[in-house]
Design a protein. Structure first.
Length: 286
């Protein structure tokens, strides 16, 4: 690890991800800790930070556009019967402390604060693990990302998305990975489907995104996480998320906790379906 505010994750001694703890960002971007750059073992960057098309896309992290009306995603807020609207409703995720900081992982506590009030307390675990698989030329590692959100208010909190607020298909919010943008759109596929239109909004044990020289394979690592549909973009921009509020708002009672775990294989080379499935099995096995 290096730096008080930006630990570096390493796999077999190689730096593969920088975790920015206290970013200096304008309120409109909903400041929050994030991973960027994330790279393959060969050093190819597979994340983007604050790209021109969406300044509020910050590498890899947790972003939610609607927590009881507060925007923890960044940018405009989708308002029913009105559309994307500039509102002064942005929240921030604030680092409290690390419970663990090692070269291959960290455990962090965060406060989700909006309008001067703490709404959620988060415990986040991030770990990097080397992967090897017989017969595969690609070199790979896995990013294991778990977040637990606890309602610390005296009242129920609801988590929503533009989809639950009237914009069909826009169920983003939760774990989100803004991927590397190249001249051509990346390929996206699951075990039995291919293409953004076929996969967006569906459930699948794993989903692969492949670019010129890299592959990302996302997998829900718990039963509850696998119930969340995938949010997929390839044509407009390359991004993958897991939807907390797909077709209805998610209610969190006072003191209750929402837990999700996503494991992402980060590989050099372009994996096919068999290679993706093999590496995912190794990455999420107990």
């Amino acid at each position: 690890m290096t730096g008080n505010d930006a630990p570096v994750l390493r796999v077999a001694g190689r730096p593969v991800a920088r975790y920015v703890t206290r970013p200096e960002l304008p309120p409109r971007l909903s400041p929050r800790p994030y991973l960027h750059p994330v790279t393959t073992l060969a050093g190819t960057a597979v994340t983007e930070f604050s790209p021109a098309d969406h300044l509020h896309h910050l590498g890899v992290g947790v972003a939610v556009p609607d927590v009881e009306g507060h925007n923890f995603w960044g940018g405009r807020t989708y308002v029913r019967d009105q559309g994307p609207t500039e509102l002064d409703n942005h929240g921030a995720q604030r680092h409290i402390a690390f419970q663990l900081r090692d070269p291959d992982g960290l455990v962090e506590e965060l406060r989700w604060v909006a309008a001067g009030t703490e709404l959620l307390r988060e415990r986040r675990t991030v770990a990097a693990t080397e992967l090897t698989a017989a017969g595969l030329a690609a070199t790979a590692w896995a990013l294991d990302f778990t977040f637990s959100l606890t309602n610390v208010t005296p009242d129920p909190l609801t988590i929503g998305s533009p989809a639950t607020n009237g914009r069909p298909g826009a169920a983003y919010g939760g774990f989100f990975w803004r991927a590397r943008k190249e001249s051509a759109a990346p390929r996206v596929f699951t075990a039995d489907r291919e293409g953004e239109r076929e996969i967006h909004g569906t459930r699948a044990d794993w989903l692969a995104l492949t670019g010129d020289t890299w592959s990302l394979v996302f997998a829900g690592a718990t039963e509850q996480t696998r119930r969340d549909p995938w949010f997929v973009r390839t044509e407009e921009y390359p991004g993958v998320g897991s939807s907390l509020a797909y077709d209805e708002r998610l209610t969190v009672a006072p003191g209750d906790t929402v837990v999700r775990r996503i494991v992402t294989v980060v590989a050099d080379g372009r994996l096919d379906a068999d290679g993706a499935a093999t590496l995912v099995r190794k990455a999420v096995s107990p």
